[in-house]
Write a protein that binds this ligand. Sequence first.
Ligand code: NAD
Length: 417
Amino acid sequence: MKQEELNPFAIAQAQLAEAAEVLQLDPAMHTFLREPMREFHFSIPVRMDDGTTKTFKGFRVQYNDARGPAKGGIRFHADETIDTVRALAAWMTWKTAVADIPLGGAKGGIICNPRELSQGELERLSRAYMRNIARYVGLYQDVPAPDVNTNPQIMSWMLDEYEMLMGHREPGVITGKPLALGGSAGRTPATALGGMFTIREAAKTVGFALKGATVAIQGFGNVGSFAHKLAEEMFETKVVAVSDEFGGIYNENGIAYQTVVDHLNKTGKVVECPGTEPISNKGLLELNVDILIPAAIENQLTSQNADQIKAKIVAELANGPTTPEADNILNDKGIYIIPDFLCNAGGVTVSYFEMVQNGYQFYWDENMVNKRLDIKMTNAFRAVHDMSLSKHVDTRVAAYLVAVSRVAEAVRLRGWV
Ligand code: NAD
């Protein structure tokens, strides 16, 4: 049997190829869109606390900026690869297009384990990375943001380094900043909140009430934990299982968000939370629930387990949680997938709002941010859903059709292809 493809960039290219075929995309356009427009590789020497110098490898990939300045996060990860960064930069391109915000797609990364670095080393590495990318980023070029293992403090150091180099203030050069440096209200829960708006629309489409509906969430980080909180607060759904990298917890009657957070604050893990029984990450994915939310890492739904998935809706808050083989199986089973770059577009949408607010130095309250996010996410969901009906394709292909045709139109108008 052919081995299942797990290289994220090969998966991203295969997904694009499927859309290109349905769209009957001009082969020259397809060739152009298959590869990043620009990528930068850096060797970054950093003075460590013990006086030695360690050289880190860093990347920035600007996948496509036809629709506007490139946009995408910076990841610090020991297993980072250029192909992961390329795939994520491609998905950012499709994500900003499907959300219909005037930005392109990018991603950055450094191969490092931030847990092994002191605060001083982390600051020196962050500033050194910004010194390397500074000439290639900017409000009208490419705007980075936090991602895996990077946070508002790291964005603050990078912003400061950039502004020191340029000699002026340019808060919109980076998003995900703390409020004190021009961050947006509502940015932290934005990815999960955007996902909730798409779940609300998908439940209407599939035809079931969210009140009392059962939910399982894989991953209890920024996205997964807010998904739990919001699913409870907004819809009164019953979250019956959550997990993190150490394992999962289950209670058929529902698990209150606050109970998990209190336990997590004490122990650093969700396992052994009072009033729950243990469940494996594998078991969680296969639960008989209405809504399954993968909110952890890539390649969680594969040909190995897709057959066992019982949810009515899979809401992909994580990037790349489903392999193409699993996609086919889930679609054949009639499961409604809210594809990743639609479901998790709330984060970049509020990042875009942050850039807008930085631009006119006037800030909105959280209510205003959330209202505007709802409009963007609902429109994006409708565009994808309508496309899937009109072209008789699954929702992931439909999301690609919407996104790729928007990017291709901008490329054509610019006269590139
Ligand atoms: P995070 O680092 O805050 O949390 C990740 C969570 O997943 C943690 O609870 C971790 O313990 C858990 N996890 C890791 N490996 C696991 C495994 N093998 N099995 C089960 N759980 C595991 O990250 P995050 O910001 O919450 O991001 C989660 C996902 O959402 C990622 O795929 C990310 O790319 C995607 N995403 C995040 C944002 C954002 O705004 N933070 C935006 C778009 C997409």
